[in-house]
Design a protein around this ligand. Structure first.
Ligand code: ZN
Length: 143
């Protein structure tokens, strides 16, 4: 699986997991990918900060790939995002309304807090918490 950075027509940035570029583009064309913030299916890929490639001529090592992505993601988040812990939702709102300095933050939030963020139009994405949420109607699990 490969994680791609995506963006909807309203500018919400989020990520999706796909078998590869072909899978991603097929699902984008079929409008199967929707924005988790506003639900728009008008989504495009944006250049990703990191990626992984399948081994040539062999079975893709999904476990290794997942681990690599996990590590890269952790490192990326550590280096580029302020950890605000449980204060994520309130800090995201402060940034959204210009009360706090605009920056990337990471932390934890409750489903209720996420609803508030969504209704306020705050762009955020979740990583780690639910790695096993494939895009809808992806039943291409044949090896
Ligand atoms: Zn959106």
């Amino acid at each position: 699986m490969v994680v791609y950075d995506l963006q909807c027509a309203q500018g919400h940035a989020f990520e999706g997991w796909f078998e590869g570029l072909e899978d991603l583009e097929g699902q984008l064309l079929a409008r199967l990918v929707t924005c988790p913030v506003c639900g728009l299916s008008k989504v495009k890929r944006v250049p990703s900060g990191f990626g992984i490639a399948k081994k040539r001529g062999g079975e893709p090592d999904h476990e290794m790939a997942a681990r690599l992505v996990g590590q890269a993601l952790q490192r990326y988040l550590r280096e580029n995002f302020d950890d605000v812990g449980a204060g994520f939702a309130s800090e995201a709102l402060k940034i959204h309304y210009g009360v706090s300095e605009a920056r990337n933050i990471r932390g934890v939030s409750t489903p209720q807090e996420e609803e508030v963020l969504k209704s306020e139009g705050v762009s955020f994405f979740k990583v780690g918490a639910s790695p096993s949420s494939p895009p809808p109607e992806s039943d291409s699990e044949d090896d």
